[in-house]
Design a protein around this ligand. Structure first.
Ligand code: AMP
Length: 187
């Protein structure tokens, strides 16, 4: 079983790349953002709890996303591998993921980080807002909060995975195809 992780700020293109990579390598794509948005549209209790945090550009509780990931992994025992997108987002989540995979005899193979600077993040999200109509894309204060949250809570994972020798970077300012080819060569 292979476990890959796509890493990068909001708007880096993780979702777009993850869908293409999942198709090419027959990996199960798990986006915690998509799973949470599904809970919201189903009006589940979990969705209701997550909605206000997501709409404000804050992270939802570690325990919620960790449980979702566990369910996804255990619910798909026959796939050749998983591609995580938007998870983990905190060091606590990364530790929980390591423990979860270790219990199942696995480990993260590679973390592939898509590097883009804050100005481009901002531009991409503002553009996406017009297309996807996500509430957390629609307001400049919320976008700024998501960028801040990324730097504060998620960026420490760079060192976490570097220390384990699993961290790889690619530049994210090319075309979708260029970036796809760079990631493919790492996988
Ligand atoms: P995304 O679609 O990955 O940009 O995620 C949208 C929102 O869902 C984030 O801004 C968070 O509020 C929430 N979210 C997604 N993944 C996580 C995660 N791993 N940990 C905490 N919150 C998350």
């Amino acid at each position: 079983m292979k476990y890959y992780l796509l890493f990068g700020p909001p708007g880096a293109g993780k979702g777009t790349q993850a869908k293409l990579l999942a198709d090419k390598y027959n990996l199960r794509h798990i986006s915690t953002g998509d799973l949470l948005r599904r809970e919201i549209s189903n009006k589940s209790e979990l969705g209701l709890a997550a909605k206000a945090l997501m709409d404000a550009g804050n992270l939802v509780d570690d325990s919620i996303v960790e449980k979702m990931i566990e369910n996804e992994i255990d619910g798909n025992p026959t796939v050749p591998g998983f591609l995580f997108d938007g998870f983990p987002r905190t060091v606590a989540q990364a530790e929980a993921l390591d423990a979860l995979l270790e219990k199942r005899g696995g480990a993260i193979d590679k973390v592939i980080s898509i590097i883009i600077d804050d100005a481009l993040v901002y531009e991409r999200i503002a553009h996406r807002a017009a297309v996807e109509k996500r509430k957390d894309d629609s307001n400049s204060d919320i976008i700024k909060n998501r960028i801040k949250t990324y730097h504060q809570m998620t960026e420490p994972l760079v060192d976490y995975y570097k220390d384990k020798g699993k961290y790889f970077e690619i530049e994210g300012d090319g075309t979708i195809e260029e970036i796809f080819n760079k990631i493919s060569s790492l996988i």
